[in-house]
Design a protein around this ligand. Structure first.
Ligand code: NAD
Ligand code: 6OD
Length: 492
């Protein structure tokens, strides 16, 4: 099936090289690693393995480019180039969606409806939005006036995860370019392809050489750490695990880099008895299992008010059983393959831990028989009977695994929801407006959705509290991070 669909779309997997100073180049020492399709375990191609030297070349190119033709573009010209990147992504959307699917194992329907259109929109949105960001002026008195001007932060290092590769990369790249910075990108080693193509897309859109650089490689002792340590990187925009964020912070400390972090989550999905249960279940299926549960904002801790607990479980498990797990290229598929063998084993290990901790696996917990030899598939898994202290309830699993716990009072559920070192997002389901406002106000998270999930407006602040992140991106917040205000004081 997969070979036929790929062939019918005339899309070929590619070997991925670095993109430095406007050129595709291999690693200096010729080293490569394999890119594996997690849905078939087949090798898609090779990826250049970069390290200190490639990062250094990319940073040098980016530093030079800060002073080159990029700086001389008028705002209108820069906006035109950035919008054009979005246009080309849309022109190439079928190809990009297919390649994103081959790298990640996610359903092609999802890559086509979410990842790629949103990647294009990131450029269109920030190109337009940057015009609205102003500066300030103060008349001190009749003897002096102060005004501020906004300048690019400099060379930005972008380090990305594998779950929404092009969407998350462009979510950082678009505002960074909008404010006139240059960038060095280290894509996730498991999903190198769409990032590689972004190089030629930027070139075709008119981005001058050296403004966007892409270096492939691994994290520790490789391209990732070389980027976060590099003295000429002015800021790091990192999306990934909380533990990785801590390591990067240490290496970035040496040159006091500015940091923007979007990290892990273990997000509560709180369902009160007065909510519309059919609507809750339809959205909770998505917030639990979309993208195989590999979304940082998935609501993997579900709390249900006791009067509707049984009814919720019955309907939710029935609907979850209907989800089709399988070939990502089949339009009927809802849940594709997990990203890698290592991640599959990690997610599976939590199912064993759940059993040891006394949990009951209501549905799922295994790979469908017919997919066992194909790739890294796991059925949507619903676990009940676990105490709030259990590891499965507390640790981020990042797979199609949720726990469901009943609660009796509003105070109790707020306490449970906040009993975590994460604070990324939450959903609250209720038709009681006062309660919605009260609970949303008490939850310790950067984003709270009421009666919905993952409804995005790119003007809003996006980010996590506690150990789920540092800073906010989105709208003016992202543009602030990617720029520096300089105050000029004039004695009159
Ligand atoms: P990860 O932290 O393992 O890797 C992310 C990136 O960091 C990769 O490119 C990796 O090569 C690099 N890296 C790893 N070690 C490094 C080091 N020592 N120095 C520099 N770079 C290093 O994360 P992942 O497994 O790719 O992604 C899953 C995680 O990302 C989950 O925790 C998820 O919640 C989080 N995430 C958060 C958001 C958000 O918006 N908050 C979005 C997506 C994913
Ligand atoms: O929608 C976004 O802007 C965003 N950063 C989503 C992150 C999803 C995490 O997996």
């Amino acid at each position: 099936m997969i070979e036929q669909v790929v062939a019918s779309k005339k899309v070929k997997p590619i070997d991925c090289q670095h993109y430095i100073n406007g050129q595709y180049v291999p690693s200096i020492n010729g080293k490569t690693f394999e890119n594996i399709n997690p849905a078939t375990k087949e090798v898609l191609g090779t990826v250049a393995e970069g390290g200190k030297e490639e990062i250094d070349l990319a940073v040098q190119a980016a530093k030079r480019a800060l002073k080159g033709p990029w700086k001389k573009l008028s705002t209108d010209e820069r906006i035109k180039v950035i919008r054009k990147i979005g246009d080309i992504i849309l022109e190439r959307k079928d190809e990009l969606a297919m390649l994103e699917t081959l790298d990640t194992g996610k359903p092609l329907s999802l890559a086509s409806s979410l990842d790629i259109p949103r990647a294009a929109y990131n450029f269109h949105f920030f190109a337009d939005y940057m015009r609205g960001i102003g500066t300030e002026a103060f008349e001190t008195d009749s003897t002096a006036i102060n005004y501020s001007v906004r300048r690019p932060t400099g060379v930005i290092g972008i380090i990305n995860p594998w779950n929404l590769p092009l969407l998350l990369l462009t979510w950082k790249l678009a505002p960074a370019l909008a404010m006139g910075n240059t960038v060095v990108i280290k894509p996730a080693e498991l999903t190198p392809t769409t990032a590689t193509l972004l190089g030629e897309i930027c070139r075709d859109a008119g981005v001058p050489d050296g403004v966007v650089n892409i270096v492939h490689g691994f994290g520790p002792n490789s391209a990732g750490s070389a980027l976060s340590e590099h003295p000429n990187i002015d800021a790091i925009s990192f999306t990934g695990e909380t533990t990785t964020g801590k390591i990067i912070m240490k290496s970035a400390a040496e040159s006091l880099k500015k940091l923007s972090y979007e990290l892990g989550g273990k997000n509560p999905n709180i369902i009160f008895a007065d909510s519309d249960l059919d609507e809750v279940i339809e959205t909770t299926l998505k917030s639990s299992f979309v993208n195989q549960g590999e979304v940082c904002m998935c609501g993997s801790r579900i709390y249900v008010e006791r009067p509707v607990y049984d009814q919720f479980l019955e309907k939710f498990t029935a609907k979850a059983k209907e989800l089709v797990v399988g070939d990502p290229l089949d339009s009927k598929t809802n849940v594709g393959a997990l990203i890698s063998e290592e991640h599959y084993n990690r997610v599976k290990s939590y199912i064993e831990i759940a059993k040891e901790e006394g949990g009951e696996i209501l549905i799922g917990g295994k790979t469908p028989e017919e997919l066992k030899d194909k790739g890294y598939y796991l059925e949507p898994t619903i676990i009940v009977g676990l105490d709030h202290n259990c590891r499965v309830v507390r640790e981020e699993i990042f797979g199609p695994v949720v726990t469901v716990i009943p609660f009796d009072t509003e105070e109790e559920v707020i306490e449970l929801a906040n009993d975590t070192y994460y604070g990324l997002s939450a959903s609250v389901w209720t038709n009681n407006l006062r309660r919605a406002h009260r609970v949303a106000g008490e939850i310790e998270a950067g984003i709270v959705w009421v009666n919905t999930w993952f409804l995005r407006d790119l003007r809003t602040p996006f980010g996590g509290t506690k150990q789920s992140g540092i800073g906010r991106e989105g709208g003016a917040h992202g543009l602030e991070f990617y720029s520096e205000l300089k105050n000029i004081c004039i004695k009159l």
